[in-house]
Design a protein around this ligand. Structure first.
Ligand SMILES: [Zn+2]
Length: 340
């Protein structure tokens, strides 16, 4: 694949276009036109599906003074796009827990009148990372809304938030985008080649943000191929080699999660191939190699691997020891000494 320079700002920053989620945008615009701007909004959906893009778009829409909102051209829009709008505060996910001090500082800011427009907008990304005390502090703001304040939270799963927070918010649940929409956007907006667009649209499972990140990641294709090779190697390995592999591989937990996620997609593909399903597999570029494995396997070990991989990924989120977690997966992998 050709390496490309991708403008990540398109997904990270405010822009005047948004791909997909039209129903959510239309709903928010309608509410605003009817004088019912939601004061507390919770946008949910899988990681990198576009939650914060929708939130940022709405923030820009609220502040825009142009004709066709958001125009992208007025002073307010330009400040939003450059990330310098004084009435908009974004607490991006920096991988750290969101602490009570940050919520208190935000609350102080929100208690002041907007400087430029009608609203102060606060966007709290991935609110599941908030500590309990931070979440409880925010609850106060949600319980006593101010008409000039719009709070927007995002979270993958509303079940991870305090029920009292969810119940005070208007919840918008974003759904995966169709592959074709991701394919078109990658080609037309991010200048992906045909080959890149096809592969990433397949792998993205409806998450444009994921596809754009993968496109920008120079080593993505190489890493993906390496992880597939690792899996093929492991299928040929005996117990001791697999344990050694687990020890090595569990050192980098982020990489381990990415590997297990890829393997999960592979085993799901194997299930489709084994059962001669008409559904298109995700890792289409590996069809022949996967077919080869599927043909020598029964349905039940494939299903068991899928369950084990899902369990391992859930365990990693719960901070279960990565090595032990991985060992369980690797020791139960089928043994195909004659593969390839
Ligand atoms: Zn504007």
């Amino acid at each position: 694949m050709v390496k490309l320079t991708v403008n990540m700002d398109d997904t990270q920053n405010f822009g005047i276009h948004i791909v997909g989620h039209e129903w959510a945008i239309d709903l928010l615009k309608r509410q605003e036109k009817n004088g019912r701007v939601p004061q507390s909004l919770l946008i949910t959906g899988p990681p990198n599906i576009g939650k914060s893009s929708v939130a940022r778009f709405f923030a820009q829409y609220l502040g825009c003074r142009g004709e066709n909102r958001p125009c992208g051209d007025c002073l307010s829009c330009r400040k939003v796009i450059s990330g310098n709008h004084p009435d908009i505060r974004v607490l991006d996910d920096d991988g750290e827990p969101l602490k009570i001090d940050q919520i208190r500082a935000l609350q102080h800011e929100l208690s002041l009148s907007p400087l430029e427009g009608r609203y102060r907008v606060a966007l709290l990304c991935n609110f599941e990372r908030a500590t309990t005390s931070a979440a409880n502090a925010l609850l106060k703001t949600l319980e006593e809304p101010t008409s000039s304040v719009v709070m927007i939270l995002t979270a993958s799963n509303p079940g991870d938030l305090l029920a009292t927070i969810v119940s005070r918010c208007q919840v918008l649940t974003l759904r995966p985008l169709p592959d074709a929409e991701i394919y078109d956007a990658l080609q037309n907006r991010w200048q992906a080649t045909l080959e890149q667009a096809e592969l990433l649209a397949q792998l993205a499972a409806g998450r444009l943000g994921w596809a754009v990140r993968a496109l920008a990641d120079e080593n993505f294709v190489e890493r993906r191929a390496q992880r597939f090779d690792d899996l093929l190697d492991l299928l040929r390995m005996h117990r001791a080699e697999r344990l050694a592999f687990a020890q090595e591989m569990s050192r980098d937990v982020a990489a381990l999660k990415e590997t297990l996620t890829l393997w999960l997609s592979i085993w799901r593909d194997l299930l489709l191939l084994q059962s001669d399903s008409q559904t298109k597999i995700v890792n289409l570029d590996w069809q022949d190699a996967l077919q080869n494995i599927a043909h020598r396997s029964d349905v039940s070990p494939i299903k068991e691997m899928i369950i084990r991989l899902i369990t391992a990924l859930v365990n990693l989120e719960r901070n279960v020891n990565p090595r032990l977690n991985l060992e369980v997966v690797l020791l139960k992998l089928p043994l195909y000494t004659d593969i390839r």
